[in-house]
Design a protein around this ligand. Structure first.
Ligand SMILES: NC(=O)c1ccc[n+]([C@@H]2O[C@H](COP(=O)([O-])OP(=O)(O)OC[C@H]3O[C@@H](n4cnc5c(N)ncnc54)[C@H](O)[C@@H]3O)[C@@H](O)[C@H]2O)c1
Length: 296
């Protein structure tokens, strides 16, 4: 059960990142835009990233052209019809994902494996919107997809073993390391990371230290590549909020409950790097702590 052609729904930071990784590994990728707007917005982001690699001498021009040649862009879900794998990577809302899976289940060929890149949502709850529970699986990449080596692979109780094996082979072909996880909210990484980021936000709220201080402490004191607030900005504060809501709804642990500050920031559209403002202000070089939050 080889995977030679894939469709990715959603051209946000994760969808575009995984598309670039897969095309670089020699796989044909059709990117399907999930919301209105120009279909090839994701193309310019990928092109810019590949151009930077060429300029730095990490990729030659012919390899760059070959990668771009393996990518196509559309807003039609039926482009998944002849794909071996469909990966959903849209907004972290169960009902929205279920609707798209029900639709793609009708359009995709019987060979196609359906997969979700959800950070925390139940794979089983998504697969029940389709008529192919044996060909449905979670495939959780990390951000940035090009650099992060882990992919959590989440078969459900009904996923066919050959499908799991095929997906593991695909992940390895991308140069990533798969880890099998049970279908439980947050899987491994976000189950452990989300309470950590929320606690850091509580430290900002209580004034334990300033933003830079909290991040520097965990960067140097725990040897993490970046602090928890910079990490939350990197992931996207809307994604962090969705993860904490889903985890709290499942486990009811106090440490998983979204904080007021996180809710306010998301309601104000302050989402981290993708909006250029979060715990840091990314319009400045280098990014500086968000002054409005330092005063709170
Ligand atoms: N950000 C991360 O670190 C990270 C890591 C792994 C997985 N994920 C998961 O990947 C998925 C996408 O996250 P992202 O970080 O790329 O987000 P993003 O905000 O960069 O992109 C969101 C995508 O969802 C689409 N979208 C928004 N509203 C929609 C709607 N109502 N209907 C259909 N599509 C809609 C957008 O067009 C866009 O393609 C989420 O499930 C997220 O939990 C995120």
């Amino acid at each position: 059960m080889g995977i030679a052609k894939i469709a990715i729904l959603g051209g946000g930071q994760m969808g575009a990142g995984v598309a670039q990784v897969a095309a670089t590994a020699g796989i044909d990728v059709v990117m399907i835009k999930a919301t209105p707007g120009p279909v090839d917005k994701a193309r310019s982001g990928i092109e810019a990233d590949l151009t930077k690699l060429v300029e730095r001498g990490k990729l030659d021009q012919s390899a760059r052209d070959a990668i771009m040649g393996r990518l196509s862009f559309t807003d039609r879900l039926d482009a998944a019809a002849d794909c071996d794998l469909f990966l959903e990577s849209i907004v972290e809302k169960l009902e929205t994902k279920r609707e798209k899976f029900a639709e793609v289940d009708r359009l995709a060929g019987p060979q196609c494996i359906l997969a979700s890149n959800t950070s925390t949502l139940s794979i089983t709850a998504m697969q029940s919107a389709t008529k192919r529970p044996e060909r449905f699986i979670g495939l959780h990449f990390f951000n940035p997809a090009g650099a992060m080596k882990l992919v959590e692979v989440i078969p459900t109780a009904t996923t066919n073993q050959a499908v799991t094996a095929s997906v593991i082979g695909f992940v390895e072909r991308l140069g990533k390391t798969p880890v099998l996880v049970k279908d439980e909210t947050g899987f491994i990484v976000n189950r452990l990371l989300t309470p950590y980021m929320l606690d850091a936000i509580r430290c900002v709220e209580s004034g334990l230290a300033d933003i830079r201080g909290i991040d520097t402490a965990m960067h140097l004191g725990a040897n993490h590549p970046m602090g928890p607030l910079a990490l939350a900005d990197y992931i996207g504060l809307d994604v962090v909020l969705a993860m904490s809501e889903n985890l709290y709804a499942t486990f009811k642990h106090d440490c998983m409950e979204p904080t007021d500050l996180l809710r306010h920031l998301v309601a104000e559209g302050v989402l981290g790097r993708k909006t250029k403002l979060g715990f840091y202000d990314y319009s400045q070089r280098p990014p500086a702590p968000n002054k409005a939050l330092q005063k709170r």
